[in-house]
Design a protein around this ligand. Structure first.
Ligand code: SF4
Length: 310
């Protein structure tokens, strides 16, 4: 899904339309690192979900256009209750976040009443509200080690939870959710890519399976990958996360090479957003994301707890 220069020039008219709508709406546009390159190009900020939600805090814009998936736009709405948040595609959800609903969370809490619930930010606002504290893929172990509880119910990603469990002495109970995009990456694909580029550093996301992480040089969140690639003296990298990540990596490191380990590292929900859907969303001021105040306040507490730690 690489976008050639010729294709990118075809986006110019659409990008100009987005910028015109942005002025009319007094909006800011934020885009996740996994978005299409041409969508990242029209954003005021790009980054991981939490970076984006935090970038919006204190904005004087009346509207935040969130190019990403639903739980991310909800997080922006939780942290920015007085700003209208629009999601760039009505159906852009996160199948990982959808692996846990309120009934299953309550059932698991009933099974482990003594455990503190640590929720990956890839969860709905309602699930965050029922959790003790949130974490990201960058700070999971830091959060788990900082809270006083010795037993942790980690939701919903079993692979990130397992990765965190290797970095703490505490007992970590894993909820069985996973992100299919990352979980599908296999040991065989990593080995084959290493054979093609024997000199490369292998960077994978902690949502990958434990046996894949074991083969990598580092398991990193998207923001950590950007920092690692910039600071590394290596020239070639094999990337084990969603395809969109190649764009900021290549943009920030034009003298280095980045290759996706597998062509299947594409999140269909992240790719729902196009320049056309951004324009439709802005024109109609539609896909407004709201979080009921009672849920927002409790979800914010779980997010603030994490921010106080990291
Ligand atoms: Fe959710 Fe995985 Fe897609 Fe990220 S890549 S939005 S975790 S399904």
């Amino acid at each position: 899904m690489e976008v050639t220069d010729r294709a990118r020039s075809g986006f110019k008219e659409l990008q100009e339309e987005v910028l015109k709508l942005k002025r009319e709406l007094n909006a800011i546009i934020v885009a996740h690192n996994y978005q299409r390159a041409e969508v990242q190009d029209i954003a005021d900020f790009t980054g991981d979900s939490l970076e984006l939600a935090r970038e919006c805090v204190g904005t004087r814009a009346e509207v935040i256009v969130f190019c990403g998936v639903l739980f991310m736009a909800e997080t922006a709405a939780i942290l920015n209750p007085d700003t209208t948040v629009l999601l760039s595609h009505r159906d852009a959800g996160c199948p990982l976040a959808d692996t846990i609903d309120m009934d299953s969370l309550r059932e698991w809490k009933g099974r482990y009443p003594q455990a503190a619930v640590v929720a990956y930010v890839n969860t709905s606002a309602a699930i965050k509200a029922e959790s003790d504290i949130c974490c990201t893929s960058a700070n999971g172990a830091e959060v788990v080690n900082a809270i006083p509880d010795q037993e942790i119910l980690f939701i919903p990603d079993r692979n990130l939870g397992h990765y965190v469990s290797t970095r703490t002495d505490k007992k970590v109970i894993l909820y069985p959710g996973f992100c299919a995009t990352h979980d599908n990456l296999t040991v065989g694909e990593v080995r084959a890519a290493r054979q093609r580029y024997p000199e490369a550093r292998v960077l994978v996301h902690p949502e990958c399976r434990p046996e894949v992480i074991e083969l990598a040089d580092a398991a990193l969140s998207t923001s950590q990958m950007l920092r690692y690639a910039k600071g590394s003296d290596a020239r070639v990298f094999l990337i084990g996360t969603e395809e969109g990540m190649l764009y900021p990596l290549r943009k920030e490191n034009p003298d280095k090479e980045f290759h996706l380990i597998s062509d299947s590292l594409i999140c269909p929900d992240m790719k729902r957003t196009t320049l056309e859907t951004v324009i439709e969303t802005m024109r109609a001021r539609k896909n407004v994301v709201t979080v009921p105040e009672e849920i927002r306040v409790r979800a914010k507490k779980a997010i603030d707890g994490m921010l106080a730690i990291s």
